[in-house]
Design a protein around this ligand. Structure first.
Ligand SMILES: O=C(O)CCC(=O)C(=O)O
Ligand SMILES: [Fe+2]
Length: 190
């Protein structure tokens, strides 16, 4: 998973501006990243008359997240138009989410996805999520070259672990509420 995450980051960096020295940024910014795995078992309510949220709408705090979901399904991502779209399980396929750290580092050249999990059937659902993050003490600050000439800088520099703490303290009981995004934490031009 670590290797895969690193490869994904490398490919994403390559897709930024032409002429950007992606190798340099990989080495200087992303090399000390680390990952952690969350194993999730969703136990449905006994009687499920309607769809219920197993995990409310949120963005991941990571740079990228790799998700495996079992055949039950239920993962949904919000489109730009604000519509929920099903991410149907597909054999031998993993889902990759961009997370907030990469959104901030790239000055929103990459966008963190809003997603949630819906429980549609009265059966257990199982998933694995591998979060690939910057090291805790890293100061996240988009390089000028990544912001690009003529573009406004969207984020102030911030320490990775400070954002994690901010999310932990704001999320208790209100995971899906707006107002707790990386823009709320470190945005300049809100
Ligand atoms: O269970 C899933 O499919 C997704 C889990 C997720 O989005 C998360 O843990 O952040
Ligand atoms: Fe997530």
């Amino acid at each position: 998973m670590t290797k895969l995450s690193q490869r994904i980051i490398e490919i994403l960096l390559r897709s930024l501006e032409d002429g950007l020295d992606h190798k340099k940024y990989y080495e200087s910014e992303f090399k000390n990243g680390h990952g952690y795995l969350r194993i999730i078992n969703y136990t449905p309510l006994k009687c499920l008359d309607d769809e219920v949220e197993g995990l409310g709408m949120h963005t991941d705090m990571s740079c990228v997240t790799i998700v495996y979901q079992d055949q039950i399904g239920g993962l949904q991502v919000k489109s730009r138009e604000g519509k929920w779209m099903d991410i149907n399980p597909c054999e031998e396929t993993l889902v990759v989410n961009i997370g907030d750290m990469l959104q901030a580092w790239s000055n929103e050249k990459f966008r963190s996805s809003e997603h949630r999990v819906i429980l549609k059937k009265p059966v257990n659902r199982f998933s694995l999520a591998f979060f690939w993050c910057f090291e805790d003490e890293k100061v996240i600050f988009a390089p000028d070259e990544v912001v690009g000439e003529g573009y406004a800088r969207i984020y102030k520099p911030f320490v990775c672990s400070d954002y994690l703490k901010f999310r932990e303290s704001s999320e208790r009981g209100k995971f899906e509420k707006v107002g707790f995004t990386v823009r709320d934490f470190a945005g300049i031009n809100l």
